[in-house]
Write a protein that binds this ligand. Structure first.
Ligand code: COA
Length: 307
């Protein structure tokens, strides 16, 4: 039902190493590296909107499309610069997508998957021919810089994917377990304005839903596990991914991993990993994108790459 025709990411020049966190909290490179796989992350002075706009511009330019042709823009984010108007409306104005319907979507670190699967419905039902899906986060503005349990894990980033109606969406689902919302939260309106997390509970949740997404995707698409060429999981922690690879006996090389350079960028992590890994993809490759995070939410999109 769709084909990816343009991808892009925001270029953030400022990086922050694990050692640099030592100036803010009691931590060190060895702890962060061994517990999470993260070596550095980007910290941006630019807003979530600015990052989203840059990623969108790169994707549109790569596609060769004119922005007026885009029918739908969805921005997945948990760090919007304001409640109203939406980040997507700002992107629409900045890139000149004069005919696009716009909205923001919050499904935390599952946000990109929820947005991507939502866009598929509009394309499959012939409502629009082109949709722009963006994951963008300035998480450095919503972390508690004095809480070592959370601050070292996150980073800023934005990635965008421009999709055309065609035949590459094989399956996709998103799930929510709202009764467990308390393990990962971020307040608003001045209440608890920082990300708070029960790391151990989230770790257990993440490993179990990654496994179930792989199983559900192959069941829904009626393919074997071996037929999946690449898995792009939400980039939260290397140990989560290694655990699932071992348990499912899937070669770790199939998993796209770039969290060592970005940390956890929430809704931006999957499109960022997609952009970075795209040079390795061939036409026909089956790629499984899997997100999980606050809500609790989790979900996947199984796509076939075409060039
Ligand atoms: N530097 C140094 N020590 C730290 C630290 C840091 N940045 N953060 C926590 N610690 C300390 C803790 O205070 C604790 O000390 P204590 O034993 O004296 O109380 C100790 O390290 C061990 O903490 P623990 O919670 O056992 O670590 P862990 O092995 O569970 O790893 C996480 C912690 C957060 C890395 C891990 O639980 C995790 O990755 N969970 C999933 C998080 C995730 O994916 N979130 C995003 C979902 S979208």
């Amino acid at each position: 039902m769709s084909k990816i025709i343009g991808i892009g990411k925001a270029n953030i020049s400022t990086t922050m190493s694990n050692e640099e966190w030592g100036a803010y909290v009691q931590t060190d490179d060895t702890w962060i590296r061994t517990r999470t796989g993260i070596e550095s992350r980007h910290i941006s002075e630019r807003s979530t909107t600015a990052l989203a706009v840059e990623a969108a511009r790169v994707a549109v330019e790569q596609s060769g499309l004119s922005a007026e042709q885009i029918g739908l823009i969805i921005v997945a984010t948990i760090s919007a610069d304001q409640m109203m108007p939406s980040t997507a409306a700002s992107v629409q104005a900045a890139i000149g997508a004069t005919d696009a319907m716009t909205f923001d979507l919050n499904a935390a670190c599952t946000g990109f998957i929820a947005a991507f699967n939502t866009a598929q419905q509009f394309l499959a039902n012939d409502v629009y021919e082109y949709a722009l899906v963006i994951g963008a986060e300035q998480l450095s503005s919503v972390i508690d810089w004095s809480d070592r349990n959370t601050c070292v894990l996150f980073g800023d980033g934005a990635g965008a994917v421009l999709i055309q109606r065609s035949l590459c969406f094989l399956a996709g689902e998103v799930f929510t377990r709202g009764d467990e919302m308390g393990v990962l939260t971020l307040g608003a309106k001045g209440k608890n304005p920082y990300i708070q997390m029960n790391g151990k509970e989230v770790f257990k949740f993440a490993t179990s839903v990654l496994t179930s997404c792989i199983e559900r995707a192959i069941m829904r698409a009626k393919i074997t596990e071996e037929a999946i060429d690449w898995i792009i999981p939400h980039q939260a922690n290397k140990r989560i991914i290694e655990y699932v690879a071992k348990k499912q006996k899937i070669p770790i090389e199939k998993f796209v991993l770039n969290l060592n350079r970005y940390g956890n960028t929430s809704a931006a992590s999957i499109p960022l990993a997609l952009v970075d890994a795209a040079p390795n993809f061939k036409s026909g490759d089956k790629i499984l994108l899997i997100g999980f995070g606050g809500g609790l939410t989790w979900g996947y999109s199984l796509i076939e790459w075409s060039e």
